[in-house]
Write a protein that binds this ligand. Structure first.
Ligand code: FAD
Length: 481
């Protein structure tokens, strides 16, 4: 069997789903946990958020407990049934949907917030809990999440952990390798790996939980997470500024980090083309227009007058020396939300234009925007748009190119040029989205053969039969590997 959309991919030698298999799953789960209706139930699980990867799974399993996940995996391992773990299905690299007929293991019914300790700031959560729901619960205890992203209304904490999601707070709180104190994972053979540590410090041997953070469902199913949360900031300021050159952008970032210090919580970049897309496609209103670059700065602190003083004195410097030309500060949370939408809904706006060629790269900060400019020259008027935005403060650029429909000529102009460019700068071809299916063939641009060899050995150790998210992360192995 060969996938229609991915003609070079071959189905692995896994079992085909039989009535006997189905009977087993129905014997250990209730009826609403086993979905088989292709027309009414399965389609949403078979297609990704970008609608660019489509599988043909005939079965979705929705366990409610770690033990149910363990029973499913133990059986699948013995029966050689391939599994595709799925969280909120907001991933952007085609990792969360089956490629062929893998059984979808959805975590959506495991959505309980198990405990929140206001004193230590530790929350223990089932993996299927939607990020926004967790945020709402944490606010009741005056706590805040250490991560935030545009997909928070749908993505799940387990999916965030599995992708090591970055987002708009990474600048302040670091990535999930630091914020996840512990987790429970079910291994391919059904064994439950209890790493649900809640201590801030734990140096008793290898920290195996780290392996699951960013493993994209290939090493185990994350079922519970212990997260170090942060005190909810009582004062939040959001500013949106227009700048005339990328040098001014870098200067604004440099001085913001230096002068705002510990209260700087976001430092985002939007270029003119990205802003134009979000304002025209989604009819959002921008308070300022006609600048080549825009920056969104956010501070989060505990003392409103102290924070305002810091931001105002920074802005005085930047406006007086002509670095920032125009801008606005949100006066309330509704305005702050509107400003954030200009940044967070760009992905959605781009998708309205047709087909999106999406690149999520880490590049040295001085070269951050050069890639967009080089790409524009290279593509001429082939695409509708070639734009750049992203987490400037973390050196993470989202380069996006759109065309009315999928165009192989355009793709050949973009790739492998984009990967060679990033590799030459010693950047990363996947900064925060992971490799999934769509980026797996480009791993070698950021990782050496030795590193890839050892990654494969880890995968083999944890999942010798390759039942967990096959076809993802690793490039197809050649006979000489
Ligand atoms: P899914 O998409 O369902 O799955 C992602 C991967 O994790 C798949 O490989 C899947 O098999 C695996 N997986 C899911 N759950 C589990 C589990 N419990 N155990 C083991 N494996 C599992 N990403 C960022 O990093 N930063 C951003 O700022 C950002 N912004 C976004 C904005 C929008 C509008 C959208 C649509 C996406 C954005 N993303 C961003 C990408 C995406 O939201 C993240 O990758 C997110 O962490 C995926 O979570 P999910 O629950 O949707 O996982």
């Amino acid at each position: 069997l060969t996938s229609v959309r991915y003609p070079l991919l071959k189905r692995g030698n896994f079992s085909f789903l039989s009535d006997r298999h189905l009977g087993f799953f129905q014997s250990i789960l209730s009826a609403h946990q086993v979905l088989t209706d292709e027309l009414n139930d399965l389609s949403g699980y078979n297609v990704d958020w970008m609608r660019s990867v489509r599988g043909s799974s005939r079965l979705v399993l929705r366990p409610k407990t770690t033990e149910e996940v363990a029973a499913i995996l133990q059986y699948c391992n013995v029966q050689n049934i391939a599994i595709c773990p799925q969280g909120g299905n907001t991933g952007l690299v085609g990792g969360s949907v089956p490629v062929f007929d893998e059984v979808v293991l959805s975590l959506e019914l495991m959505d309980e917030v198990i405990s929140v300790d206001e004193l230590s700031g530790v929350a223990i959560v089932q993996a299927g809990c939607v990020l926004e729901k967790l945020e709402t619960v944490l606010h009741l205890s005056n706590l805040a999440l250490p991560l935030d992203l545009g997909a928070k209304g749908s993505c799940q904490i387990g999916g965030n952990v599995a992708t090591n999601a970055g987002g708009i707070r990474l600048l302040r709180y670091g990535n999930l390798h630091g914020s996840v104190l512990g987790l429970t994972a079910v291994l391919a053979n059904g064994q439950i790996m209890d790493c649900l540590n809640t201590n801030k410090k734990d140096n008793t041997g290898y920290d195996l939980k780290q392996l699951f953070i960013g493993s994209e469902g290939t090493l185990g199913i994350v079922t519970q997470v212990a997260l170090q949360c942060q005190p909810k900031p009582s004062s939040v300021q959001v500013g949106f500024f227009g700048l005339n050159s990328f040098e001014n952008v870098l200067e604004t970032m440099r001085l913001s980090k230096r002068n705002l210090g510990e209260i700087l919580s976001s430092c985002e970049l939007i270029d003119q083309s990205s802003l134009e897309c979000v304002t025209t496609q989604l009819e959002l209103r921008s308070p300022i227009n006609n600048f080549p670059f825009y920056m969104l700065l956010e501070t989060a602190g505990s003392n409103a007058s102290h924070d305002a003083e810091k931001l105002n004195s920074l802005l005085e410097i930047l406006v007086n020396n002509g670095t920032i030309v125009d801008g606005t500060l949100a006066v309330d949370s509704a305005q702050a939300k509107n400003l954030w939408e200009l940044r967070e809904r760009i992905s959605e706006a781009l998708a309205c234009e047709g087909y999106v060629y999406k690149y999520d790269v880490s590049v040295p900060i001085r070269q951050f925007y050069q890639l967009v400019e080089d790409m524009r020259i290279r593509l001429g008027n082939l695409p509708i748009r070639c734009c750049g935005y992203g987490h400037l403060g973390d050196g993470n650029l989202h380069l996006n190119i759109t065309s009315q429909e999928y165009n192989p000529i355009l793709l050949n102009r973009i790739e492998p040029f984009v990967y060679d460019w990033v590799c030459q700068e010693r950047g990363s071809v996947s900064a925060e989205h992971g490799l999934g299916l769509k980026k797996r063939d480009y791993m070698e641009y950021s990782k050496s053969p030795t590193v890839i060899h050892w990654m494969r050995r880890v995968k083999k150790l944890f999942d010798p039969n390759n039942i967990l998210n096959p076809y993802k992360i690793f490039p197809e192995q050649s006979s000489t590997d």
